[in-house]
Design a protein around this ligand. Structure first.
Ligand SMILES: *Cc1c(COP(=O)(O)O)cnc(C)c1O
Length: 364
């Protein structure tokens, strides 16, 4: 069965590590002698309690998360965090927040906050440049009295990433890490909140990870629903209601896989190698044009195109026939995108670069 698996370059949901899928398959019908699947068991059972407790501990260990942070396992995707962040961090509907608009998801987060409060500012935007780079520190117009600053670390659609962590003084920095979490070490202590939908680099869709500094767990704006309140979930260790049990279980397996490989530093080494292979080829190619500006390039989502949209379409078609899937770029950018998250093996990127070189020769 496994020999039929293909190199899947999907931006999300995306590839999961093969050893994780194999372990999940072996435990699918009877988890740990329970006589049932993790999908079927009570979230209040001892079995599941062990799973969620281990997942939380593994997050602390693998990401080196300080003790004054809480890891939450929520539902609703990263998009729900676009609303939960302002609902929980703004001190009033008149309070200020600064948004760094570096791509589509950052813009959506800004728009969602703007629905809830009057003083949501754009601290910087690279929209005029088609989001082919991220704003640098000296371009940020930050307000000293903002309740928080929001950023999106890796812009999945455009293939750009911040090469630095913005300095925001005493104002908490909130970051969407959906498409780069666990890809390389990150200094969690520089952030007030880190959140990420799981379906890019952690687990199947259905669980959203929120890493929140404990002093930011407080009363939300008046009228905030119980389920949209961080305090609800923090006070109940993510078990206020039924959590997304199966994705949390896969999350635990993925964290164990990363730990087994030598941790995030070891994964980062492999990721740097994979990304360098693609970018080096793109920089030397006379056919393909990288989209992201140097200095803003993502290690997870590599965007490129040719000068001719018809040739782009031909490339996507031929890659699909050759056993590579999901290389078509996002509709708003066009061209191609190769998402090379943790689970994409080095051999997958090697095979893609080889295919691209062959395509270039044939279409010169
Ligand atoms: C995919 C993605 C989202 C949207 O995530 P959902 O879980 O679908 O809501 C938000 N931000 C970033 C950076 C993403 O890559």
């Amino acid at each position: 069965m496994t020999e039929k698996r293909i190199y899947n370059f999907s931006a999300g949901p995306s590839m999961l590590p093969l050893p994780v899928l194999e372990q999940a398959a072996s435990e699918l019908l009877n988890y740990g002698g329970s006589g049932m699947s993790v999908m079927e068991m009570s979230h209040r059972s001892k079995y599941f309690d062990d799973i969620i407790t281990s997942a939380e501990q593994l997050f602390h260990e693998v990401m080196n998360i300080p003790e004054d942070y809480k890891v939450l396992f929520l539902q609703g995707g990263a998009s729900t965090q676009f609303a939960m962040v302002p609902m929980n961090l703004l001190s009033s509907p008149e309070a200020k927040a600064d948004y760094i608009v570096s791509g589509m998801f950052a813009k959506k987060a800004y728009e969602e906050a703007s629905r809830l409060a009057a003083n949501i500012n754009v601290a910087a935007s690279t929209k005029e440049e088609g989001f082919n780079r991220v704003p640098m520190q000296d371009e940020l117009k930050l307000s000293a009295d903002a309740d928080y600053v929001h950023m999106c670390m890796n812009n999945t659609i455009f293939g750009t990433k911040f090469p630095y962590i913005p300095e925001t003084g005493n104002v908490p920095l909130v970051a969407d890490l959906s498409s780069c979490i666990l890809s390389e070490p990150v200094d969690v202590s520089k952030f007030g909140i880190i959140y990420a939908g799981a379906q890019k680099n952690i687990a199947p869709a259905g669980v959203t990870i929120v890493i929140i500094r404990k002093d930011l767990i407080k009363d939300p704006l008046p009228g905030t629903p119980t389920m949209m309140t961080y305090k609800t979930h923090a006070d109940n260790d993510s078990m206020y209601n039924t959590p997304p049990c199966y994705p949390i279980y896969i999350c635990k397996l993925v964290l164990e896989w990363i730990k087994g490989l030598g941790g995030v530093e070891a994964i980062a080494e492999i990721n740097r190698k994979k990304a360098a292979m693609l970018y080096d080829y793109l920089d030397s190619s006379k056919l393909f044009i990288p989209f992201a500006a140097k200095g803003s390039r993502s290690m997870m989502n590599v965007t490129f195109r040719t000068a001719d949209p018809e040739l782009d379409a031909k490339f996507v078609k031929e890659t699909a026939a050759a056993g590579f899937s999901n290389l078509k770029g996002h509709r708003s950018v066009g061209g191609m995108r190769a998402s090379i998250y943790n689970a994409m093996p080095v051999e997958g990127v090697e095979a893609l670069v080889e295919f691209m070189a062959k395509f270039e020769k044939e279409n010169a």
